[in-house]
Ligand binder design. Structure first.
Ligand SMILES: C[S@@+](CC[C@H](N)C(=O)[O-])C[C@H]1O[C@@H](n2cnc3c(N)ncnc32)[C@H](O)[C@@H]1O
Length: 299
């Protein structure tokens, strides 16, 4: 089986939430955001990432920004806004995006996609294909690309194949965790016992035990920071499968269209796109055939 890519590092440069009502004093002593300040934050976030923060996110953004401001010693949102705008290094916007992004994920989430991937890999291999390229776009803390890697190994074990998995995210914090590849016992619940012992190493006991991803899985995956809202993406494909699940839900249709055009460009004819089951792409998917809800094939 082909060896994969190394150099997994995260480069910048490109949460606990408390509820508080707009315009009131939050318990941490910071005045919570008023509407105009929230609007400025959301414009900055949208321009930098395509993430559309709707009105319901105001309390969440306020709490997360407050946490970051406390760390930097700011007590006034406007001063913090100026600090972001004046920061020519681009570092602070990365921290802001880390603070406001939603990174919920788990192993084998929406597991019908992994069953489907296994079937496709077997069929492609049977038809003579030996090169496989899969992309986890919006990979969060790594559970998705590691689930893909396990699926690939379980399907193509012992067969001749050159496999690479690309895993990208905007958020540097989650990428750091993905690269570290260490998961609590709770997070491992969705990984069947046999696969756990085969691909992970357990450290410690009981509730405090952690599982480390083995080198075999790690060597298959290249983790990179990539902002999906900035097109064209710096790769040429062709890809066999793109997992972009529970990411487009944070974008508006204008940004979603850009992503879908790029996925179309990068996928091979017959290649597959998996999206989250809650993501409606009705009317936006020209050039794709629906296989099942949330599962599409490039025609
Ligand atoms: C809810 S998680 C989904 C993780 C995984 N795909 C899954 O379905 O379990 C959404 C991820 O999208 C990432 N994201 C949001 N905006 C992004 C952008 N503009 N470019 C790349 N990743 C982005 C977030 O940082 C987050 O890790």
């Amino acid at each position: 089986m082909g060896k994969l890519v190394s150099e997994n590092t995260v480069e910048g440069g490109n949460s606990n939430v408390a509820e508080s009502k707009p315009g009131t004093w939050a318990t941490d002593g910071l005045r919570s955001m008023d509407k105009s300040v929230f609007n400025k934050f959301r414009r900055i976030v949208y321009e930098a990432s395509g993430i559309h923060l709707n009105d319901k996110k105001e309390a969440l953004v306020s709490a997360r920004v407050a946490k970051r401001m406390r760390r930097l010693g700011f007590s006034d949102h406007r001063h913090y806004l100026n600090y972001i705008v004046d920061d020519e290094s681009g570092t602070e916007i990365v921290h802001l995006l880390d603070a406001v992004s939603t990174n919920l994920t788990h192993f084998f989430r929406e597991d019908h996609h992994f069953k489907f991937l296994a079937e496709e890999l077997s069929a492609w291999h049977a038809s003579g294909q030996r090169r496989f390229r899969i992309w986890s776009a919006g990979c969060s803390t790594g559970e998705e690309p590691y689930s893909i890697a396990v699926t690939v190994l379980e399907t193509l074990e012992g067969r001749n194949a050159d496999i690479r998995i690309l895993a990208t995210d905007l958020c540097t914090e989650v990428l750091g965790k993905a690269i570290a590849g260490e998961y609590s016992t709770k997070k491992m619940e969705k990984v069947p016992g046999g696969l756990r012992s085969k691909y992970f190493t357990k450290k410690g006991r009981g509730e405090a035990a952690v599982y480390n991803v083995g080198d075999r899985l790690k060597s298959m995956i290249l983790f990179k920071r990539l902002n999906l809202s900035v097109v064209p993406y710096p790769m040429s494909g062709p890809m066999d499968a793109v997992f972009c699940r529970n990411v487009m839900i944070y974008f508006d249709n204008q940004v979603r269209r850009k992503l879908l055009q790029e996925f179309y460009r990068l996928l091979k004819p017959g290649g597959c796109l998996m999206v989250g089951h809650a993501e409606s792409l009705t009317g936006m998917l020209s050039g794709f055939k629906t296989i099942k809800p949330s599962l599409y094939r490039k025609t």
